[in-house]
Structure formats: structure tokens, C-alpha cells
Design a binder for this molecule. Structure first.
Ligand SMILES: Cc1cc2nc3c(=O)[nH]c(=O)nc-3n(C[C@H](O)[C@H](O)[C@H](O)COP(=O)(O)OP(=O)(O)OC[C@H]3O[C@@H](n4cnc5c(N)ncnc54)[C@H](O)[C@@H]3O)c2cc1C
Length: 365
């Protein structure tokens, strides 16, 4: 049986960042990925937004790792000439109740050390974006968009240059003690022994943590799937910034983003699902248009084309209060060398380098 120092399960952006960090610290690393290419699931089905770090409570993992992660990511991309556009973002409140949420975000931002945030009146918003109607807004000038595909390839290149090995078409199907059972592309099982096991399997991380005997001391590892669909906008961009409304308007697909190629899109919306079905229902277009119409009356629904969809892995389900990421180490489950990363939804792309540093730090103790 093969023996490996560190196994990282999952070649999404988080698994790749961790593999890069561990191999850069001189450790032997094997990355195991079930798909024929890296970053084929959630990491290539998101908004590609580099969040500034004011959306999450400062004492949560997401709050602690987002802003440092954004700074690390922006520095990394600039150093390597990876596509990054700083568009800025307006969070839009459409009522006084939603304006209260903006004030809370300002407090989160201050506590997390995010610079440059400011509350705006409707008139100030119109000076920046003449077609937008709102009750109040929060302006984040530093919010950016990154070419996530190039970023992931760069992480993989770094990891491989430091000696990491990537095994594609290889699915972890179980485990016992310090041994993983993996199936290759022909369905042939083989076993590998590990000293460190990083479960960065995204949508599969709950099954992996819960299904392996090694993790039986973990608390519930159930992961809920929250699908988000996108519609692309044909023609001229109506705004030069990212627009994010709150509450129901956001959940109905009202967010606007400019992708790294300059294409505008609306979404994601929110739909709880049970499987990995990435189809976008064309009939959702009218619901998206209604959501966008709450702050922009210039949208012609025929300009919306079904785009793509992604699925957020969440530690909480429909009706539950929003939860946090769970990064469980020996301190949580008592098993030396095992790290389970559960519910790594937004801002997982933004914070990937900070998450990698956090995980490697935990394993160094
Ligand atoms: C709609 C949407 C919008 C988002 N927008 C943003 C955003 O704008 N900014 C931001 O920062 N974040 C955003 N996110 C979040 C971000 O995309 C994720 O946090 C991030 O991609 C998670 O990366 P990951 O590596 O943990 O997971 P994944 O990318 O899902 O990678 C996990 C990998 O594990 C593999 N795997 C699973 N099970 C097994 C197994 N048993 N054996 C082998 N391999 C396995 C999978 O094939 C997959 O490649 C968004 C997410 C969604 C869904």
C-alpha cells in the first residue's frame, strides 16, 4: 500500500490553495480529484468576486479570513499578472429596514479592518450609477473580480513545482483508520495511507467526513445544497460597478456582476436542492427581471439568457439562521492529522489563501 505524508481530497480552489501551502512548506502532497480536471465544481461556478470582507460577523471564520484572504489574493494576482478588475460594489437597501443591515455591515467592516467603506444617499448613488434607484447604499470601492480559472491553474503550478502530485479521475469512496479507499477511472479500488488528510471535497465533504470511520467522532457533517442560477445580460452594461441588493431581492437573482471578460450577468438566486443538477430553468427569467426591476427600471427581459449555475455547500439548511464554515481539526474531533472543511461557501474563493494558511498553521502544531 502507498504511504503519503499529506493527502488533499478535492482540487477546487480551496484544496489547491492548501496543497500549494503544504507543499511550499516542504511537505509531500498528493491531491485526489474525482473529475478529469481541476476546479470543475463550485470553484468554476461562482461570481468570481473578491469580497472586501464586511459581510460576515467579525468573530466568525468567514469574517476573520475574508479580508486577509482578499489582500493575499489581490497581491498574488498582481504579482503573477492574473486577470483582476477592481470595479467596486454598491450594496443596495430598498427600504429603511434594509438600511439598518447596511449599518451593521459598516460595523462588521470597521471591526474587520476594511478600508474605504461609505454609506450613500440615493442622490450620491445616482452620481455614480445614474440608472439606479434605492433607499440607501453602502459603497465598497475595493471589491474586485478575478479570473478564477487562471488563478487555480497558477495555484496548481506552484504546488506541482514544489513537488505535489495531482491524481485526476480518482474518487475517494471510503476510509478506515489512516487508510483511504480510492477508485480510479476504471472503478478499480486502491488504498493509500496518510499522516495528514485534508478533506476539501466541497459538496462531497460532508459525505466524506460522515462516511469514513475516522470521522465518526465529528459532530453532524450534513451539508445542505443551495443552488444559485445566473442569467447573462446581452448588450451594453448598464452599470460600471457590482450591484448587490439585500434579502428577497438578492435571493430572487437581483445581484449584478461583470465577469472577467466584461460580460454582465444577474444572479445567483437561491434554490435549495438535493443533487448536483446544474441546469438553469429558462422560465426563471421573469422572476430575475422582477427582482432587478426593484432598483433598475431599464431592463428588457428578452436581454436575459440562461447562463450557468453553481451550488453552495452549507452547514445550515432552509429556515435556519445563516451559519459559518466549519474547519474541524484534531482539537474538534480528536483525530491527529485530519482536517474537515465543511460548508465552504462564499467567500471561499476570496479567502482561499488565508484558509490555506490557517489549515497549514493548525497542522504545524
Ligand atoms: C453561486 C455561487 C457564487 C459564489 N460566488 C463567490 C464569489 O463571488 N466570491 C467568493 O469568494 N466565493 C464565491 N462562492 C464560493 C466559492 O465558489 C467556494 O467557496 C469555493 O469555490 C469552494 O472551493 P472548494 O475547493 O472548497 O470546493 P469545490 O470547488 O467544490 O472543490 C471540491 C472538489 O472536491 C472534489 N471531490 C468531491 N468529493 C470527492 C471525492 N469523494 N473524491 C475526490 N474528489 C472529490 C470535487 O470534484 C471538487 O473538484 C460562490 C459559490 C457559489 C455556489
Amino acid at each position: 500500500m502507498d504511504k503519503v505524508d499529506c493527502i488533499v481530497v478535492g482540487a477546487g480552489v480551496v484544496g489547491l490553495a492548501i496543497a500549494r501551502e503544504l507543499s511550499g512548506r516542504g511537505r509531500e502532497v498528493v491531491i485526489i480529484e474525482r473529475n478529469p480536471m481541476v476546479g470543475n465544481e463550485t470553484s468554476s461556478r461562482n461570481n468570481e468576486v473578491v469580497h472586501a470582507g464586511f459581510l460576515y460577523p467579525p468573530d466568525s471564520l468567514r469574517g476573520r479570513l475574508c479580508r486577509p484572504g482578499a489582500e493575499m489574493l489581490i497581491g498574488y494576482c498582481r504579482e503573477r499578472d492574473i486577470g483582476l478588475e477592481v470595479h467596486g460594489k454598491l450594496m443596495l437597501a430598498l427600504s429603511e429596514e434594509e438600511a439598518d443591515q447596511l449599518r451593521t455591515m459598516m460595523e462588521f467592516g470597521a471591526a474587520c479592518g476594511v478600508a474605504g467603506l461609505g454609506l450613500m444617499t440615493p442622490g450620491e448613488v445616482r452620481e455614480l450609477e445614474p440608472e439606479v434607484s434605492c433607499h440607501a447604499a453602502l459603497h465598497s470601492p475595493g471589491t474586485a473580480v478575478v479570473n478564477s480559472h487562471d488563478y487555480m491553474l497558477s495555484l496548481l503550478g506552484d504546488a506541482e513545482n514544489a513537488g505535489a502530485v495531482l491524481a485526476l479521475n480518482s474518487e475517494v469512496v471510503g476510509g478506515r483508520g489512516n487508510v483511504l479507499t480510492v477508485e480510479d477511472q476504471n472503478g478499480e479500488p486502491f488504498e493509500i495511507e496518510w499522516r495528514v488528510l485534508v478533506n476539501a471535497a466541497g459538496l462531497g465533504a460532508g459525505d466524506l467526513a460522515g462516511g469514513m470511520e475516522i470521522s465518526r467522532k465529528s459532530a453532524s457533517a450534513e451539508i445542505h445544497y443551495a443552488k444559485g442560477s445566473y442569467f447573462t445580460l446581452t448588450g451594453k452594461l448598464p452599470f460600471s460597478r457590482i450591484m448587490v441588493p439585500l434579502g428577497e431581492t438578492l435571493a430572487a437573482g437581483g445581484s449584478f456582476t461583470i465577469d472577467p471578460g466584461g460580460q454582465g450577468k444577474f444572479g445567483p438566486d437561491l434554490e435549495w436542492v438535493t443533487g448536483r443538477d446544474y441546469r438553469v430553468a429558462p422560465e426563471k427569467a421573469s422572476r430575475f427581471a422582477a427582482a432587478v426591476g426593484r432598483y433598475w427600471d431599464g431592463l428588457d427581459v428578452t436581454r436575459l439568457q440562461p447562463g450557468y449555475a453553481g451550488i453552495r455547500p452549507r452547514t445550515y439548511g432552509p429556515g435556519d439562521p445563516p451559519g459559518d464554515w466549519r474547519i474541524e481539526t484534531e482539537d474538534d474531533h480528536g483525530i491527529p492529522g485530519l482536517v474537515n472543511l465543511l460548508g465552504i461557501e462564499t467567500p471561499g474563493l476570496t479567502a482561499s489563501l488565508a484558509v490555506a494558511d490557517y489549515v497549514a498553521g493548525k497542522l504545524a502544531h
